[in-house]
Design a protein around this ligand. Structure first.
Ligand SMILES: [Zn+2]
Ligand SMILES: [Zn+2]
Length: 505
């Protein structure tokens, strides 16, 4: 069974014996890179000066002085390094300035959570903030989404940063002065509403990063696109929404970014970061099975076909797909039935039962295989009882697939931001994210940010989506710095072609 295809860069042709490439303006010189032999045409002033160093000693001193001045002005090396460190220091200064606001925004969003596709208040605050920074703003993208474009003062590539804005139908049980008391209706039921997945933090941190980057726009070598996305948790039944709809409505067009970054808070050491190349989070598919029997009196079941018993058999049958039929050495997978509805009264066998569940995989082939087995199992068990099963599988999110080349390139940025010892390889998680839709279109990297306070055990912390989910605000400056630094480092390094990520979808 095919696992993810490793998408490492192809071997350069010159390693296979072809002609060596000539350094061009896009090549970044670094210590240790080869210097072309004399006689070849070299535009880079640093290389020219390095070459003169090998001339007779009488000219060497002059060349050395010349090299020193070149390092200060050369566009390829010295200036870029100086620029980068200047920009980084600027980011840190500005993050400290904006930190109070980020906390205030986060608390405000936390106290006023909005369900998926209903993020009107949040979106307005976001849009007003971006406009106040002089950022070009488009609203109403995929219903309530907001897209901002910040054009830097210098030419360069386009990079996107994404945050999600929606909350969950969960009643908050955390004792906070800004705890949510909001109630709403979801899927016909009255529910509490809570930012139980930390999207309040994501939105606030990206607003902070926007303010930081807008403050240094004159120095930015390129364009930053801010994508504030609705309905990451999935639009309400019957509605479209989320990343897929944002892309359909042009979130990645005009201008088109060549890379995208996003982050998500999870319970582990506050302020630490984790990331991994390739499949980070699972694909999430929504499973819906309608079992149709024939209604009858509960006392004379033989006069009908009982869909409740059939549904029970199907639930058990589905559990054998992962445990008995899938090669778990290839990749993990999960099939869960999370809801069963059928019947209204103790002594009536109903006509039908509706079940809903979720399917999680990290591998494209395995995903297709499990889908086929789900259909076969449900339909065959139903047929064995004279009932029918209609199976519908909708994609909520593809695999969150971190482009390996981009991830390798940007991991040093994470280490610098969080500290060398505070960045680790992320474990795969069977939770899903619709960030993968962006990564299907352009290379992207999704990063986890720890939010378990110092002194607490992350293993005992309430997970995302729990009514007791608690996130340490002290991690937020690291989040803002991560977003801003990823954008600036990507722009400063210049866009290099990375293969489009299409695996795991
Ligand atoms: Zn969530
Ligand atoms: Zn989430």
């Amino acid at each position: 069974m095919a696992a993810f295809v490793r998408r490492g860069p192809d071997r350069p042709h010159w390693r296979r014996g072809g002609p060596r490439p000539i350094l061009n303006d896009h090549t970044h010189l670094s210590p240790g890179m080869f210097i072309p032999s004399r006689g070849s045409k070299v535009a880079n002033p640093v290389v020219r000066r390095l070459r003169t160093l090998s001339r007779p000693p009488v000219r060497a001193l002059a060349a050395l002085l010349s090299l020193a001045s070149a390092l200060l002005v050369a566009p390829g090396v010295g200036a870029q390094a100086a620029d980068a460190s200047g920009l980084r220091a600027d980011i840190d200064r500005r993050v400290a300035q904006v930190d109070g606001k980020v906390v205030a925004w986060r608390r405000d969003f936390h106290q006023h959570p909005e369900l998926s596709n209903r993020e009107t208040r949040t979106a307005k605050i976001v849009a007003d903030h971006l406009r106040s920074l002089g950022i070009e703003v488009r609203t109403g993208v995929a219903r309530t989404g907001v897209v901002g474009v910040l054009r830097g003062g210098r030419p360069g590539p386009v990079v996107a940063l994404r945050a999600d804005m929606d909350a969950l139908p969960v009643g908050e049980e955390v004792d906070l002065p800004f705890a949510s008391k909001v109630r709403s209706t979801y899927n016909g039921q009255e529910v509490g509403v809570m930012h139980a997945c930390g999207h309040d933090m994501h939105t606030a941190m990206l607003m902070g990063a926007a303010e930081v980057l807008a403050g240094m726009r004159a120095q930015l070598p390129g364009t930053v696109k801010f994508i504030f996305q609705p309905a990451e948790e999935g639009p309400p039944p019957g509605e479209d929404g989320g990343a897929r709809m944002m892309i359909k409505e042009g979130a990645l067009d005009a201008p088109s970014p060549t890379a995208i970054f996003g982050l998500h808070v999870f319970p582990f050491a506050s302020g630490h970061l984790t990331v991994r190349p390739e499949g980070l989070m699972a694909s999430g598919d929504v499973l819906r099975i309608t079992v149709r029997g024939r209604q009858t009196h509960g006392a004379i079941p033989w006069a009908g076909v009982d869909p409740i018993v059939v549904a029970a058999q199907i639930v058990m049958g589905l559990q054998t797909i992962v445990s008995r039929q899938s090669d778990l050495t290839t990749s993990p997978a999960v099939v869960t039935v999370g809801s069963i509805h059928g019947g209204v009264r103790n002594n009536i066998v109903p006509d039908s039962v509706v079940m809903m569940g979720t399917v999680r995989t990290f591998d494209l082939a395995m995903r297709g295989d499990i889908h086929a087995r789900l259909r076969r199992t449900a339909e065959s068990i139903a047929a064995s009882a004279g009932a029918t099963a209609e199976v519908r599988i909708d994609t909520l999110a593809p695999v969150t697939y971190n482009d390996p080349t981009l991830t390798e390139r940007m991991t040093p940025t994470l280490r610098r931001v969080a500290g060398e010892g505070n960045v680790a390889t992320a474990k795969q998680t069977t939770t899903a994210e619709d960030f993968g839709y962006f990564q299907q279109r352009i290379p992207g990297m999704f990063v986890f940010l720890g939010i378990t306070p110092k002194g607490s055990d992350p293993a005992k912390a309430a997970p995302n989506h729990s009514p007791r989910f608690f996130a340490d605000e002290a991690a937020m400056p690291t989040g803002v710095r991560t977003l801003a630094n990823l954008a600036v480092d990507y722009l400063t390094q210049g866009a290099t072609p990375t293969p489009a990520s299409t695996r795991g979808q």
